[in-house]
Write a protein that binds this ligand. Structure first.
Ligand code: ZN
Length: 141
């Protein structure tokens, strides 16, 4: 089965994404600015397609009532973003993947800080896309 491997900086957390994932989306929200960088790039994976092979140092931070953020407690890499209650999917930071995933858009564009423009022809949402990008699937090969 085709897959993309990923790991944190120190390799204490290792995983793979099997078969498919959502195309990647830039998030410019203020919480991601603090947690990752001035903007973040995420793919989104059905839980059945994410196989975590090593996770001894995986810790979760509840960044809001609805969502939590997964990171490596050893090296500090930010890796995951997920619903607190009955998640069906997990958002994965594309920077920790061994391959790039095509990019389709921007969310929380109203919070964008830097004047630098990346992917200006991509679809933009001022806030959440409310699932708009969910059917933009990338078939891994
Ligand atoms: Zn690590």
């Amino acid at each position: 089965m085709a897959s993309i491997k990923g790991h944190c900086l120190c390799k204490s957390i290792q995983f793979k994404i099997n078969s498919e994932c959502r195309k990647s989306v830039f998030c410019h929200c203020k919480m991601c600015q603090r947690s990752n960088s001035e903007f973040s790039l995420y793919t989104k994976v059905n839980l059945k397609n994410l196989i975590i092979t090593k996770k001894n140092s995986l810790k979760w931070y509840s960044s809001s009532k609805a969502y939590k953020r997964g990171f490596c407690s050893k090296c500090g890499s930010s890796l995951f973003f997920q619903k607190q209650v009955s998640p069906s999917h997990i958002a994965v930071i594309t920077g920790c993947l061994n391959k790039s995933v095509p990019t389709v858009g921007h969310i929380y564009y109203q919070d964008k800080k830097n004047k630098l423009t990346i992917g200006k022809n991509l679809k933009k949402f001022k806030k959440s896309s409310e699932g708009f990008f969910d059917n933009h699937i990338y078939k891994i090969r």
